[in-house]
Write a protein that binds this ligand. Structure first.
Ligand SMILES: Nc1ncnc2c1ncn2[C@@H]1O[C@H](COP(=O)(O)OP(=O)(O)OP(=O)(O)O)[C@@H](O)[C@H]1O
Length: 245
């Protein structure tokens, strides 16, 4: 087993994945993500972006291929060690904000900090700062049901960034936002990540998301493809893809 290059924080080799029902997910994906970079995974719906992020972040076990986080071989870790690694080093943003309904916005953001042993007072200060950065500081005392969907997603992004994970996995983080809001939120996410040295692996079919990235990797049918022209939004769903593998 050969360890990955030193400057790659995440590294995968010949990653194959089948879903529990036997459906194909990934077919031999290899990649390297440099420390501190924004790495975008693009591709049409169903191309395997979410599946790839699940494999890289240890949410599903990798049985065929290798995934390394720094010098840790994720593909050899058991569920408890993978869970610990995810809790301590990784952050996750879902396309739909999954906030705890009983907690208000700042409590949602403070929770992962308190789970890491930070006292409530300090966690609250940090949470309020992150909510300000994401332009929802004035919603800090609202519970999720009292927020708009776009505000809930900003809170979810603040919660993912607040513990300063080594790697933040963002799966279509701007999906619930209006077009006008998307670029702003993506820029905020990118700026915050860069200023805190957080590596971001971003799954997106939003060209604005891909444009912010240092590196972009395209997937099609679970395979890496090397040239991919994104379809015009008006033609999405029709055969507007061109590729060379
Ligand atoms: N739990 C599952 N069980 C079976 N098949 C699945 C499962 N999750 C995803 N798939 C299938 O695996 C393929 C890749 O799905 P995936 O969600 O990774 O793609 P994606 O590029 O993230 O798509 P989207 O942009 O719609 O989120 C698709 O064909 C999908 O239907």
């Amino acid at each position: 087993m050969e360890a990955p290059p030193d400057n790659d924080v995440l590294w995968a080799r010949s990653l194959h994945f089948r879903h529990p029902d036997g459906s194909p997910g990934l077919a031999g994906v290899s990649l390297g993500v440099r420390e501190g970079e924004i790495f975008a995974v693009t591709g049409p719906r169903g191309s395997g972006k979410t599946t790839l992020l699940h494999c890289l972040s240890g949410q599903v076990p990798v049985r065929d291929g290798e995934v390394w986080f720094n010098s840790v071989p994720l593909h050899t870790l058991g569920p408890v060690a993978r869970e610990r690694l995810r809790r301590d080093r990784f952050g996750w943003i879902d396309p739909a904000p999954a906030l705890i309904p009983e907690l208000n916005a700042w409590e949602n953001v403070a929770l992962p900090l308190m789970l890491r042993g930070i006292g409530r007072r300090r966690a609250k200060v940090a949470a309020l700062e992150w909510l300000e950065r994401l332009d929802v500081g004035d919603r800090a005392r609202k519970r999720p049901h009292g927020l708009k969907q776009a505000e809930r997603q900003r809170v979810a992004i603040a919660r993912a960034l607040a513990p300063a994970p080594t790697v933040l996995f963002a799966d279509e983080p701007t999906a619930p936002l209006h077009r006008a809001d998307r670029t702003l939120v993506l820029r905020t996410l990118a700026t915050a990540a860069r200023s805190h040295g957080i590596t971001v692996v971003l799954a997106t079919h939003d060209p604005d998301g891909a444009a912010l990235a240092d590196h972009t990797m395209a997937l099609l049918d679970g395979r890496r493809v090397h040239t991919l022209h994104l379809p015009d939004p008006d033609t999405e769903g029709r055969a507007a893809w061109s590729l060379s593998v």
